[in-house]
Write a protein that binds this ligand. Structure first.
Ligand code: ADP
Ligand code: MG
Length: 243
């Protein structure tokens, strides 16, 4: 089947080298439209690099990326129908929450009334309506992370990309934000690709887990499959199967 005829995100033979160091060794993955896929693996295994290539923030050394039937391999990030949420929130400190949410849309010359509608809708989904006139410095860590997610929502992307969005938060807040992100996926129904090194986060959020090690896929499957039937001792050890 022609891969650009498929929906969702299709990675074909993706490779990445930095200089003469190969960090991604030929990854093939199909991520179904509307699914919540988690890339999990130890620090340095290539999770962020893979996500950044899907986002277009990093060139692929070789291979092809298709999103909802479109070859996006050579497109700019803004042309891919994706929005990325980072670990460092990267909010503009001198702007209100409202202006932080609106900024990307203003740059894209979206009409003012459309911006207002989308900002209000994102704020309502994330329950930050009451914070719109504050500045980032007046928010808690969890509230800042909501604003960062809001900036992705207002762009109405086909695919959300998350790179360890909760790793700066304390344990309690991580759990409540995890529940929020799961709710967001149910409400919006978009494809979400989520990177973490945290097994619990992966197991609780994912429809599908992709376990990475040293730039290769060790296993892909539902949390239950990966837990109950690990391909090898690495996956078993990493996911924490009793075997
Ligand atoms: P992870 O997100 O899983 O922790 P990364 O994707 O950040 O891993 O990194 C994968 C490997 O690629 C690591 O060995 C890292 O040092 C290397 N790497 C990442 N970005 C660069 C870069 N810009 N230049 C050189 N090496 C890099
Ligand atoms: Mg990373």
């Amino acid at each position: 089947m022609n891969k650009t005829a498929q929906t969702g995100v299709v990675l074909t033979d993706i490779r990445k080298s930095f200089g003469n160091v190969d960090v991604i060794h030929g990854i093939n993955l199909t991520i179904a439209e509307g699914s919540f896929v988690v890339f999990v693996g130890p620090s340095g295994c290539g999770k962020s690099t893979l996500l950044r290539m899907i986002a277009g923030l990093e060139d692929v050394t070789d291979g092809e990326i298709a999103i909802n039937g479109r070859d996006v391999t050579d497109l700019d990030p803004s042309e891919r129908g994706i929005a990325m949420v980072f670990q460092s929130y990267a909010l503009y400190p001198h702007m209100s929450v409202r202006d932080n949410l609106a900024f990307g849309l203003k740059m894209a010359r979206t009409k003012a009334n459309e911006i207002e509608t989308r900002v209000n809708s994102a704020a309502s989904i994330l329950k930050i309506d009451h914070l719109l006139d504050r500045r980032p410095g007046q928010l808690s860590g969890g509230q800042r992370q909501r604003v960062a997610i809001g900036r992705a929502i207002v762009r109405q992307p086909d695919v959300f990309l998350f790179d360890e969005p909760l790793s700066n938060l304390d344990a309690e807040l991580r759990v409540s934000m995890r529940i929020e992100i799961a709710r967001l996926h149910r409400e919006l129904g978009n494809t979400m690709i989520y990177v973490t090194h945290d097994q619990t986060e992966a197991m609780t959020l994912a429809d599908n887990i992709v376990v990475l090690r040293n730039g290769r896929v060790e296993q892909q499957g539902s949390p239950r499959e990966v837990y109950e039937d690990p391909n090898n001792t690495f996956v078993a050890g990493f996911i924490g199967s009793p075997r």
